[in-house]
Ligand binder design. Structure first.
Ligand SMILES: NC(=O)c1ccc[n+]([C@@H]2O[C@H](COP(=O)([O-])OP(=O)(O)OC[C@H]3O[C@@H](n4cnc5c(N)ncnc54)[C@H](OP(=O)(O)O)[C@@H]3O)[C@@H](O)[C@H]2O)c1
Length: 305
């Protein structure tokens, strides 16, 4: 495993983060055991950074992780634990109580308490706002962050799925740095390359973290608009590159993300121990600038001008 300092923090994170969104599965015993085995596989493979959210598995993903930490408390010592909140899920009545985004102080403070309690820990290393709340009052959010910092419940703060203007707005009232923006980056969704997100990350030393890095390759990305010709073209290019680098297509995709100078940390969400381990192969590929552009053009269906 490779490690890298997280800018504006004292933390050193594994270059691949392990994503805990899928670890509880359908929450039956067999899925939970599979999830636990996946976490142990990640630890064994050297991942020290684990990504959560209050809503993953309706809270069951954090609870499962908490169970594991309770079994072996010393594991916590070398771990970076990130969690997110701000998506207030429906309690089952979509019509009268639909899912909403909620950055109100009351909601965020309660959510963080819930995460800490399920995980069985005293402090989150990073807390991220999960998805922009259109009604975000940045002064209220800054105050909430200050309360969480002063109480020792959160070390560092960041955001997720924020556009550059939203990051700028929040930064303008914060007394602490925003240390991360967790965004979707994969071969289908390259918005962050084009909308200034990754430029802003470099400018302000914000760590970009990529969710669903394999979307569009290993499985269909959210909102995938590739047609059959697009898929074929990308697949051909990936096959050639996988052949050249003597690896698998999905590892090429990870190398493609890792090459970006903003220092993107991909989150690996597989629950298959072999894949969790094999993702590290991407870190050692000497992936070239030329191949980066070839794949970019293959996904675009046209050459760069
Ligand atoms: N901030 C946000 O809004 C947000 C949104 C979504 C996710 N996230 C975070 O990002 C993490 C990663 O997301 P993700 O789980 O979508 O990431 P991912 O690593 O891109 O995808 C994992 C999924 O792809 C499958 N997969 C992996 N390699 C494959 C292969 N070679 N062939 C076929 N299927 C393959 C896995 O199946 P197996 O398990 O069977 O290997 C798993 O279902 C999540 O755990 C969560 O922490 C954040």
């Amino acid at each position: 495993m490779q490690f890298k300092h997280l800018q504006n923090t004292e933390l050193t994170s594994s270059r691949l983060i392990y994503g805990c969104m899928r670890i509880a599965g359908d929450n039956n015993l067999s899925d939970r055991n599979k999830g636990k085995a996946a976490i142990y596989a990640a630890i064994e493979a050297g991942y020290n950074h684990f990504d959560h959210a209050d809503i993953y598995g309706g809270g069951e993903c954090e609870s499962l992780f908490g169970e594991l930490l309770k079994e072996t408390p010393s594991l916590r010592d070398d771990m970076i634990i990130t969690s997110k909140a701000g998506i207030r899920p429906s309690k089952g009545d979509e019509e009268y109580d639909p899912t909403r985004y909620d950055f109100s102080q009351k909601y965020i403070l309660e959510s963080v308490e819930g995460s800490l309690s399920r995980l069985g820990i005293e402090q989150l290393d990073m807390f991220l706002l999960h998805r922009p709340d259109f009604l975000m009052n940045v002064h209220e959010v800054a105050e909430t962050f200050a309360i969480l910092k002063a109480s020792g419940k959160v070390k560092h703060f960041g955001v997720s799925n924020f556009k550059p203007s939203q990051v700028e707005l929040l930064r303008s009232v914060m007394s602490m740095p925003l240390v991360a923006n967790q965004v979707e980056i994969n071969i289908h969704n390259v918005d962050t390359l084009l909308d200034g997100t990754l430029d802003q990350c470099q400018q302000h030393k914000i760590t970009p973290i990529a969710w669903c890095p394999l979307g569009g390759v290993a499985y269909s990305a959210w909102g995938n608009t590739f047609d059959i010709d697009d898929e074929q073209r990308i697949e051909n290019e990936l096959r050639q590159q996988a052949n050249k680098y003597q690896c698998q297509a999905w590892q090429v995709i990870l190398a493609w993300i890792l090459l970006h100078p903003s220092g993107i940390f991909p989150i690996i969400g597989s629950t298959t121990p072999e894949r969790i381990e094999a993702a590290k192969i991407a870190l050692d590929l000497e992936y070239s600038r030329e191949d980066w552009y070839r794949l970019f053009e293959a996904r675009n269906g046209e050459t760069v001008p």
